[in-house]
Design a protein around this ligand. Structure first.
Ligand SMILES: Cc1cc2nc3c(=O)[nH]c(=O)nc-3n(C[C@H](O)[C@H](O)[C@H](O)COP(=O)(O)O)c2cc1C
Length: 144
């Protein structure tokens, strides 16, 4: 899930699986956001955004933040991080990013952020694949 805090303190959050690493030096990450998303302007103008990698027990949050709602954070436990961006309690990893650039990506825009802080917690990841959520049942390891 990606979150931000817009001008005036409006909190936004979007379920996203387009998150990816870009660069190690400097540390850059990206995600893409549909231009038609209600939160698009806020994210595109924001100075910062935060990434909360959801755990296996947080499927309800993934559904909640993938559904348009006036206040997606209702009932959600979070703390404010860099720039007031919400960091979701129980996430298995978090990245706090300063907005670096917004790149054209057709009907999406690619938002690139510089990672200023990263943390990892215990827990299994929530998996979304083949249009469905999955519980990890022991992740297979493949030699590279
Ligand atoms: C698993 C999953 C992954 C998603 N990934 C993205 C994504 O990377 N980019 C995007 O724009 N929307 C993505 N969506 C859809 C948004 O979460 C959804 O359209 C959301 O309501 C957009 O926020 P809005 O309320 O600002 O319109 C995803 C939805 C799901 C269920």
């Amino acid at each position: 899930m990606i979150t931000t805090c817009g001008a005036g303190g409006k909190l936004e959050g979007v379920t996203s699986n387009s998150f990816s690493s870009v660069s190690l030096d400097p540390p850059l990450v990206l995600w893409s956001l549909a231009r038609r998303a209600a939160s698009f302007e806020t994210f595109a103008k924001a100075d910062s955004f935060a990434v909360s990698v959801l755990g296996a027990a947080q499927v309800h949050l993934s559904r909640q933040f993938a559904t348009p709602h006036a206040d997606k954070f209702e009932g959600v436990a979070f703390r404010a991080g860099l720039g007031g961006c919400p960091l979701v309690v129980g996430a298995i990893a978090q990245f706090e990013c300063r907005s670096h650039s917004v790149v054209d990506g057709g009907d999406h825009a690619i938002l690139i952020g510089r990672v200023l802080s990263a943390s990892v917690n215990e827990g299994e990841p929530l998996i979304f694949a083949d249009s469905a959520y999955h519980q990890p049942t022991g992740l297979s390891t493949w030699s590279t």
